[in-house]
Write a protein that binds this ligand. Structure first.
Ligand code: C5P
Length: 224
């Protein structure tokens, strides 16, 4: 049984590059990372018709099942496995199947609201906010939603202006103040290397001297 020793929260707006950072850290650290994408914890909306699901505000904190997320996070933190829900963005709903997830030495919690709830941030040893310009984020989002998520351009634009942008400004961007480090631009190799190094140092249990450096908040990491 593995009891995780280090939890990283990675937040940032849609299209900021959170997943890229999480994936690169996981790839560098190896098998010792369990990723918890908060998107998987969107509420089950099976009781709604497709056209009703299309109208939901997916950028409000209430769109998520926080109780289940916390239950799963706490289970992982005491070394228990979970059945993690999976999300289907084309159907705006959870998939029927879940994925069996075992805890690893390092847990990475990622999502637009990774630094929103105290219950989550209290469990994070390192809080990261990925900051990317809004124009870059919307361009990435258009490409992703149209190509991968089967959305039409008009719909993506309407959703962005109607909910994504205002909710980002109201709920997501303010969470930057909870971050220990702010990474400009998603795939920033310098920042990923620093994060990986920090994780390795913590895991090897020799962090005492270095920890104080990281505790000075927030640290801006220069773009690679
Ligand atoms: O990966 P990313 O952080 O962009 O995922 C969060 C985004 O997914 C939110 O901004 C939300 O608008 C979007 N979303 C969506 N449709 C859903 C669920 C989430 O467009 N059914």
């Amino acid at each position: 049984m593995t009891i995780p020793s280090f939890v990283i929260g990675i937040a940032g707006g849609t299209g900021a590059g959170k997943t890229t950072v999480a994936r690169e850290v996981a790839d560098s650290v190896g098998e010792a990372v369990t990723r918890v994408p908060i998107d998987n914890y969107y509420h089950d909306l099976s009781h709604l018709e497709m056209d009703e699901r299309e109208d939901v505000n997916y950028d409000h904190p209430d769109a998520f099942e926080w109780d289940l997320l916390m239950e799963h996070l706490d289970a992982l933190l005491i070394g228990q496995s979970i059945e993690m829900p999976q999300y289907d963005f084309t159907l705006h709903n959870r998939k029927d199947e879940t994925v069996h997830v075992e805890p690893s030495d390092v847990i990475v919690v990622e999502g637009i609201f990774a630094l929103y709830d105290d219950a989550v941030t209290d469990r994070c040893d390192l809080k990261v906010y990925v900051e990317t310009d809004a124009d870059v984020r919307i361009l990435r989002r258009i490409r992703r939603d149209v190509i991968e998520r089967d959305r039409d351009l008009e719909g993506v634009i309407d959703q962005y202006l109607g909910t994504v942008k205002p909710m980002h400004e109201q709920f997501v961007a303010p969470t930057k103040k909870h971050a220990d480090i702010i990474i400009p631009e998603g795939a920033n190799q310098t920042a990923v290397n620093l994060l990986t190094e920090k994780v390795e140092v913590e895991r090897s249990g020799v962090a005492q001297g270095l920890a104080s450096e990281w505790e000075r908040k927030p640290v801006e990491v220069a773009d690679a």
